[in-house]
Write a protein that binds this ligand. Sequence first.
Ligand SMILES: Cc1cc2nc3c(=O)[nH]c(=O)nc-3n(C[C@H](O)[C@H](O)[C@H](O)COP(=O)(O)OP(=O)(O)OC[C@H]3O[C@@H](n4cnc5c(N)ncnc54)[C@H](O)[C@@H]3O)c2cc1C
Length: 354
Amino acid sequence: MDAIIVGNGLAGSLLADALEACGASCAIIDDRNPATASRVAPGIVNPLAGKRMHPSWRVEAQLPAARTTYRRLEARFGVPLFSEMPIVRILRNAFECETFARRLQDPRARPYIGTPNPPGLAPGVLDDPNGSFTAHGSGRLHIDRLQAGIESRLAGRNRFLHDRFDPSRLQRSPGSVRYHTWAAPVLVFCEGWRGRENSFFRHLPFKPAKGEMLTLESDQPLPPTLKNTIINCGKWLLPVGENRFRAGATYGWDRLDHSSTPQGRTAILEALAACLAIPFRVVGQDAGVRPAIADYRPAIGRHPRFPELAICNGFGSKGALVAPWVTAQLAAYLCNETPVDPEIDVRRFDDQTD
Ligand SMILES: Cc1cc2nc3c(=O)[nH]c(=O)nc-3n(C[C@H](O)[C@H](O)[C@H](O)COP(=O)(O)OP(=O)(O)OC[C@H]3O[C@@H](n4cnc5c(N)ncnc54)[C@H](O)[C@@H]3O)c2cc1C
């Protein structure tokens, strides 16, 4: 076996696949923690980021890597994983209209901007007095199906353990680790936000952010113009069934757990109410914690003093777009010592070790 992975979230699943694509084998330990980001995330891929609608960091490399990876995994598992879906972004105010006008002149943003839509895209459904635009290159990843596919593949070979990783049971020596019944040259921590409790990597400046999501139902289906379309009006509305939607998300840095709050619910409903005219019932609410690092870049690579230990973390709120590109680099590094991009190399924090 070539690697033991702790964590079967998006990062661990994709790393297992990337290692296999390099001809390497692995085993995974996962404790199915309820506050896991991957269990809550709707998996939206959006090439234009944030209020300023800038092309997302390294999107030109990451989007093709994501598409290729998800299509390959779909063929392997025989289930649809990634659906291309346009995003209708509603321009809520003068600032957003001006920002959009600037983006239209930006050659990096242009490939992801489709048609500008005048007001009245869906009368009686959308309140869009300033108009909207349709963004392309976007879509939705079924993270749960990806995790289940990797789990069942490894479980069939006795290489999946449902358990909490216990550091006191880890045996390590230079170039080798042992855990459970397994031995490998490296153990990779893909623990999401709980990576900040990992004593080997506590020098990393973790900055996890809690997010809440709602599941909504409407008596009225969306019109054909908005079928299979994600709506962004400050918060997301993602169709997940005929009259069913997921909506979110909030950001919070204080209480890092999977509890749902009335404040979270109100924040999402208020943002939707400003742009959507149809009524919704809340039928579910959940929460998870995003694994972010202070400089908003992933961190991958080996521990500076214990090279038999490695990390793959820091996917923040964009794992579905970023993680295939990053995990492919980590797999190539672990298999062939191919250097990783300096911006995502965990060694950028070496001067912060004890
Ligand atoms: C509300 C919300 C909405 C989001 N929306 C989107 C979105 O639309 N698009 C997008 O791209 N991203 C989104 N994200 C972010 C996305 O979920 C993350 O980038 C990604 O899922 C992180 O994956 P991960 O594997 O690094 O971490 P996690 O998902 O946290 O997975 C870590 C795994 O490791 C396991 N684990 C941890 N410690 C141990 C241990 N000691 N022993 C055993 N197992 C352990 C956990 O049980 C878990 O299964 C959202 C996040 C949240 C919270």
